[in-house]
Write a protein of this length. Structure first.
Length: 577
């Protein structure tokens, strides 16, 4: 990425509670691809928002909100945040329903950030109404749903520009995005003879962690937490934190087998702590049953990972952290960074974003993983056809990923028998977090990217002559008068002449007052006084162009003026000659 040259600019955030508010309710049944319970992306979103308000160099924050509930939630959070008390810092809310009027053609901020890959709808709206008006910037989280992959394919076909950016939380995510878009580009090339390529930039910026909340414990804190879990002084406590979801997070077999094998080989006593939550109450018991089978003799403590006290305090009881993820849902591994910030050595799978976080042999161990080519070749077909639901799809993929159980056992054994190694790795992990994964550093990287995007947007505009809004609506869905233009008997043009029907002014009040004849009023002129003036000036026939010009001089946009004339025609207040 080039060195930023533009001055800092305020940005707009797309805000929805699902992207920024941690779910504190007990999980219920998932619906379709929607996750349930506390999710990593929610944790990351809330931490990002807090960090941006705290460390960002902004003076006015614009938020695009989907509904009033979202607006109230954000406003309440903002007002309680210390950043709101800083002089001249303001929050501006733009309802999604008013996005077109609020952002096009002159947006309140030159960059819109989304807590997910940028929605193609924003690119199409910009392309139609005001090319170059603002840049798009969004971040990746889970990319394994059919909907997420469709958005990645649209990165090639929707009108994204070089000044837009997709923020990938790991190099593995960059490779995944490239794999999907390269495959789709090959299809487009073979099918249509074109040469498609990504215009949007791919930038790698990790997630962050609060090193004050996640930190090594004092001797008293460690002793108290271990006593609460009945962990003996001579036991090596191994901690797993995450959802109890063998198909969607991490299958516990290599963890159970590896810990038990390491305890036997080293003669050291081990204690396993499982901290998390499950989508169904039967799942934790299934984990305990599996532990009894694959890790017989190893004591297991189960902690409620949604209890705030244990969520942030369970780290203090542990000697080692482990997460042998084998799910395609994983993209980064926030819990791994939290463990390192807490001063713990880690044993994690060599999988997706995990390998960006851990220095193998330095801050912990990476356990090899493998897949068999062809084992899941039909899985996505079943998903997009609906033959498999999303959970079944994840399960099919998970069962085709192997985490080397012998390598896991060896990694645990090396840490079990060497307390000094555990301390060195834990200290190294803490230093790594302070150098690379604090939210203050992550926010700086975001703002550097946004400055660069702004300089690129300005350069892009300088290379292009100004252009009016594109007629006919966006190509992905042309305006109804284009898409359905052959439906009516006639399409009236600007030189067609309209005339007020005799008695129209006496009927206007009744037409305006009836719900049956007055819906969608926000898309046209609803001011009865303006309508009466318009009817009075059309006693003699006038062209549509003349009438639009008259309305424009009153500050009424052309599209609203044309919709007004159509409404007057619809209810017999005007007629065309």
């Amino acid at each position: 990425m080039a060195k930023p040259i533009a001055p800092f600019v305020n940005v707009a955030l797309l805000y929805d509670d699902s992207g920024y508010v941690e779910c504190q309710e007990r999980p219920g049944r998932a619906v379709g691809e929607a996750p349930v319970g506390l999710m990593g992306r929610q944790v990351a979103g809330r931490e990002f928002l807090n960090a941006y308000l705290t460390y960002g160099c902004w003076s006015e924050l614009t938020a695009v909100v989907y509904n009033q509930a979202n607006a109230n939630s954000l406003l309440q959070y903002f007002q309680r945040h210390p950043a709101a008390r800083i002089h001249e810092r303001r929050l501006r809310l733009v309802p999604m329903a008013a996005f077109q009027e609020g952002f096009l053609p002159t947006p309140p901020a030159p960059l819109l950030y989304t807590p997910c890959p940028p929605d193609p709808a924003f690119a199409w709206a910009r392309h139609h109404s005001a090319p170059g008006a603002f840049a798009l910037s969004g971040v990746t989280h889970t990319l394994s749903t059919a909907a997420a992959v469709r958005v990645l394919c649209e990165l090639l076909t929707a009108p994204y520009e070089p000044y837009d950016a997709l923020i990938c939380t790991s190099t593995a995510v960059v490779r995944m995005v490239r794999s999907v878009t390269d495959a789709y580009a090959d299809y487009l090339r073979d099918r249509h003879g074109m040469a498609p390529a990504l215009r949007i930039g791919l930038e790698t910026i990790p997630l962050g962690v609060d090193p004050h909340r996640f930190r090594p414990p004092t001797a008293e804190e460690r002793s108290a937490r271990r006593a609460a879990l009945k962990i003996a002084d001579d036991e090596v406590a191994v901690l797993f934190v995450g959802r109890f979801a063998p198909h969607a997070k991490a299958h516990p077999y290599p963890m159970f087998h590896g810990i038990a094998q390491a305890a036997r080989e080293t003669g050291r006593r081990a204690h396993l702590i499982l901290s998390g939550w499950a989508a169904h109450p039967a799942v934790p018991q299934a984990f305990l049953d599996a532990a009894g089978t694959f890790a017989a003799g190893i004591p297991v403590s189960v902690v409620d990972g949604m209890d705030p006290d244990w969520r942030f305090g369970v780290w203090h009881a542990a000697d080692v952290f482990t997460s042998l993820s084998d799910s395609i849902q994983e993209t980064f591994g926030l819990v791994v960074v939290e463990a390192m910030a807490s001063g713990l050595p880690v044993v994690v799978s060599d999988w997706d974003g995990y390998r960006d976080l851990v220095v193998d042999g330095g801050t912990g161990w990476l356990v090899p993983t493998c897949m068999v080519r062809g084992a899941t070749s039909e899985a996505t077909v079943r998903l997009i056809l609906g033959a498999n639901d999303y959970d079944a799809f994840l399960g099919e993929c998970n069962q085709a990923v192997a985490v080397d159980p012998a390598a896991a056992a060896n990694a645990y054994a090396r840490l079990f028998e060497d307390a000094a190694l555990r301390r060195r790795m834990g200290d190294a992990g803490r230093r790594t977090v302070l150098e690379r994964f604090t939210w203050a550093g992550v926010i700086k990287a975001y703002e550097d990217l946004w400055r660069w995007q702004e300089s690129e947007r300005r350069a892009w505009l300088a290379r292009r002559p100004p252009s009016p809004p594109r007629p006919g609506g966006p190509p992905c869905f042309p305006a109804p008068e284009v898409a359905f233009g052959r439906y009516p008997s006639r399409m009236l043009a600007d030189d067609d002449r309209l005339k007020t029907v005799a008695g129209a002014e006496s009927h206007l009040g009744r037409i305006v007052s009836l719900p049956l004849t007055n819906y969608a009023a926000d898309r046209r002129v609803a001011d009865e006084a303006v309508l009466r003036t318009l009817l009075a000036t059309t006693a003699d026939a006038r062209s549509i162009a003349e009438l639009i010009d008259q309305l424009s001089r009153q500050g009424i946009p052309q599209s609203r003026g044309r919709a007004t004339l159509a409404w007057l025609l619809k209810y017999g207040l005007m007629r065309w000659e």
